[in-house]
Design a protein around this ligand. Structure first.
Ligand code: C2E
Ligand code: CA
Ligand code: CA
Ligand code: CA
Length: 279
């Protein structure tokens, strides 16, 4: 709205005022929330399609607001991103994820990989690598168990910097995935520009696999293309058995979605993994 300039105040309808008000309220409250430890990481299982085994999880941020209850990341990540809070919040997420991986060095859990979302501002700020190095060093975990998810749009904001960052991450053994693959304008240049390990096919393509022949063709071709480049493929937002069967038939490596499980608290995820692997 700032870019509208003077004389455009008529655009600020009552509706927008309410939205602005909510924004300001959440923004003020967010800093406090970090201090008061109101954030929690939920985990959503990632399934290897060939074996149906849980091979890891994606960490998804949740905010337990004292009055509003559970607030989803779509409501506060954009605010955190604009206000700069995303930097300490993102550091908190990484620290929490790495200490989780540390605690998983136990029978039945040691193979699990953990995927963490990085925001644009986090990627392009100077603090990410030093923070990661400190955390990895103090916990001594295998960096290959940590995967960082970066969206196309975040990486494309500054392709040169992103290229350097991704190379730095991969030189440490950390895995890199492109999130929401296919939703940007530059998916194919992304593959050419950046060295990565995995692509995550966006839920928007998976949703209509059964009904939209174009989406089915795009998904199948994306999987084949990724494989021929030596990349692994995970599909997100898998909700039906027909979607899973289609993806498996097309040799998609992994899947994630409500069909298998919703994001859940850490203890519940650990119990689920143990139950699945119990003799
Ligand atoms: P995303 O990275 O694309 O994460 C996937 C979102 O899809 C999650 O929403 C997940 O709960 C949801 N989802 C998973 N399976 C299904 C399914 O089968 N059907 C449907 N309809 N949805 C499914 P969530 O947890 O609300 O997160 C929303 C977004 O917030 C994430 O999108 C990500 O961009 C952002 N986010 C979440 N946690 C973090 C974080 O720690 N850091 C940053 N920077 N962003 C985060
Ligand atoms: Ca993600
Ligand atoms: Ca995604
Ligand atoms: Ca998304």
């Amino acid at each position: 709205a700032k870019s509208l300039g003077r004389g455009n105040f008529q655009f600020f309808s009552a509706e927008m005022n309410t939205a602005t008000h909510e924004r300001l309220m959440l923004e003020n409250r967010l800093w406090q929330a970090l201090e008061q430890e109101e954030f929690e990481l939920y985990l959503q299982p990632q399934i290897e399609l060939a074996t149906q085994r849980i091979i890891g999880a994606e960490a998804l941020l949740r905010w337990h607001h004292p009055e509003l209850g559970m607030v989803g990341p779509d409501r506060f990540i954009p605010i955190a991103e604009e206000s700069g809070l995303i930097i300490p919040l993102g550091d908190w997420v990484l620290q929490r994820a790495i200490s989780l991986l540390d605690s998983w060095r136990a029978p039945g859990l040691a193979h699990l990989r953990l995927a963490v979302n990085l925001s644009a501002r986090q990627c392009h700020g100077p603090g990410l690598l030093p923070h990661l190095d400190r955390q990895l060093h103090s916990h001594g975990i295998d960096p290959a168990l940590l995967e960082l998810e970066i969206t196309e749009s975040a990486a494309m904001q500054d392709p040169e910097r992103s290229r350097t960052l991704l190379n730095e991450l991969r030189s440490r053994g950390i895995k890199v995935a492109i999130d929401d693959f296919g939703t940007g304008y530059s998916s194919l240049s992304y593959l050419k520009l950046f060295e990565i390990d995995r692509i995550k096919i966006d839920r928007g393509f998976v949703k209509d696999i059964e009904s939209d022949p174009n989406d089915a063709v795009i998904v199948a071709a994306t999987i084949a293309l990724a494989h021929s480049l030596g990349l692994e493929v995970i599909a997100e937002g898998v909700e039906t058995q027909a979607q899973r069967d289609f993806l498996r038939a097309k040799q998609c490596d992994e899947a994630q979605g409500y069909l298998f499980a919703r994001p859940m608290p850490v203890a519940q995820f650990e119990a689920m993994v143990k139950a699945a692997t119990a003799p």
